[in-house]
Design a protein around this ligand. Structure first.
Ligand code: SF4
Ligand code: SF4
Length: 484
């Protein structure tokens, strides 16, 4: 991994200019910092922070230009490898369609969550055997692919899931994303004693907020149960909490951060609600308001870190920060174009159907094949997968001329597809190409503000407080020009 970093000003050039003719394109971006301004090459994701008083000098200075020119190809190659060179190394595995909750923003259709099937134990083992063989041919020796049991609620098929974890422990890194309601002492002991990564969901710091949208089928909240599980997980490092941010809870995000930090959660995600299904769209917060509350919550994580020396990493923001500091070090794969769906990972439904990402599981058009009938390599090349993996930011307006397009990636294609249905049907009839995918996702302004915030942190040397321990292991600075 390489750390791209340049701070402060630079020296001048002979006969070559920025931004005209064949000159290097560097866009100036206001990061709302009192001293620094950002310069970004949108194509290569190279960035620098320049003192505002020296911007003119930086853009007319030859050593900056010539040093950048020498590195430009390696920056371009690095971003290209990340965008187009990766092969799948993880699977989101749905061992059941069903869920014991009925959260109003869920992206899985209600009929599936209510009446869907469990995957049989025999089928589950068979699927993992197929995946084991597949990954042997794609993943370099020494690396272990990841299987995340996902849902719906995977713990509804606990017996099969636990047997599979024990049978394939040497072959996969396992994780489970669960609503937490079915975790009792026995289940927690099983998972923690095997080092399984556990992801829980909780949307608020108090029952009145958390239970607004996350409820059982008969309308009961589950806040108390999840907090009980979190208390039992205190001290376990391999767990995280997802808070889905909606208009119902955005104004209490700072309190949520206090709550999570207090209960010693090591990592959380403050994920804006996916607008893939109508329920999600109904609870969508206004983008600019969400950005305001979200950045306040990030400020709070910093204050808590300074006060206690203990971090609460907000993983989805940390990913954006990593996309700037060390693009290859990012862990989640929504904030890059094309996104990770169908490229770095894919999703498997309880019937063995393969989709580019779990977000597509309710959208039959995006089924690429079936693990029990089709060759995975061929599935990755099918039209449904290609629609997603060929969604390039260069074809999306206004993203194609946005300076931060490689830090944002304009997620999410499933959301963009479902939010633009009229256009999609029309374009599909005309050309067979789904034009609605070539639309931005729902939270442009949130991404803009996150990137500005991240660059401000870097200007102030605060980035370490927002990232996990050891984030810079193996990272080197590829180009640094500091004060003259
Ligand atoms: S969604 Fe907005 S911030 Fe992201 S690349 Fe597009 S224009 Fe830029
Ligand atoms: S952007 Fe959407 S489709 Fe892509 S990986 Fe993220 S959730 Fe999945």
């Amino acid at each position: 991994m390489e750390k791209l970093q340049m701070k402060d000003n630079c020296v001048s050039s002979r006969g070559i200019y920025f931004n005209t003719g064949g000159g290097i394109q560097l866009q100036v971006i206001d990061i709302k910092h009192k001293d620094y301004i950002g310069l970004v090459s949108a194509d290569t994701a190279f960035w620098s922070l320049v003192k505002k008083t020296r911007l003119g000098q930086a853009l007319t200075d030859s050593s900056f230009l010539s040093k950048y020119r020498k590195k430009e190809k390696s920056f371009a190659d690095e971003i290209s490898a990340l965008r187009f060179g990766l092969k799948p190394s993880a699977v989101y595995f749905n061992p059941t369609d069903r869920c014991n909750l009925n959260c109003s923003y869920c992206y899985i259709p209600e009929r599936l969550r209510k009446y869907g099937k469990h995957m049989s134990q025999e089928r589950l083992m068979q699927a993992l055997e197929i995946l084991k063989i597949y990954f042997k041919s794609t993943i370099p020796k020494g690396r272990i692919p990841q299987i995340v049991f996902h849902g719906a609620e995977p713990m509804l098929n606990k017996k099969s899931v636990f047997r599979a974890i024990d049978k394939f422990r040497e072959d996969f890194d396992f994780g489970i994303q669960t609503n937490g309601t079915l975790l009792n002492d026995e289940e927690i002991k099983f998972l923690t004693s095997r080092g399984i990564s556990i992801g829980l969901s909780l949307d608020g710091h108090i029952r009145e907020v958390a239970d607004r949208l996350r409820k059982t089928w008969d309308g009961q909240g589950v806040f108390n149960k999840i907090v009980d599980v979190m208390n039992r997980l205190r001290g376990y490092r391999n767990y995280s909490v997802i808070c889905t941010v909606t208009k119902e809870n955005m104004s209490s995000l700072t309190k949520m951060v206090d709550f999570l930090h207090n209960i010693e959660v090591p990592v959380c995600m403050l994920n804006p609600v996916r607008c893939t299904l109508p329920g999600g769209r109904e609870s969508k917060p206004a983008d600019h308001q969400l950005a305001k509350y979200y950045l306040r919550a990030l400020d709070r994580t910093y204050e808590l870190y300074r006060k206690t020396g203990r971090r609460l990493v907000v993983a989805n923001f940390a990913n954006v920060l990593m996309s700037i500091i060390a693009p290859n070090g990012r862990r989640l794969m929504c904030d890059i174009s094309p996104c990770g769906g169908g490229r770095c990972f894919f999703a498997l439904s309880s019937s063995g159907d393969l989709f580019p990402c779990s977000e597509f599981i309710g959208l039959k058009k995006f089924k690429g094949g079936n693990i029990f009938k089709d060759d995975i390599n061929e599935v990755l090349e099918t039209e449904p997968f290609k629609l997603v993996t060929n969604r390039l930011i260069e074809n999306i307006e206004p993203c194609s001329h946005c300076a931060i397009r490689h830090f944002c990636g304009s997620p999410c294609p499933a959301e963009a597809y479902e939010m633009n249905p009229a256009l999609s049907k029309k374009t599909l009839r005309k050309s067979g190409v789904n034009g609605s995918l070539e639309k931005p996702g729902a939270f442009c302004e949130l991404y803009e503000e996150q990137v500005r915030y991240a660059l401000r942190l870097i200007a102030d040397g605060k980035e370490d407080a927002y990232l996990w321990d050891g984030w810079d292991k193996g990272i080197s600075t590829s180009l640094e020009i500091t004060k003259l």
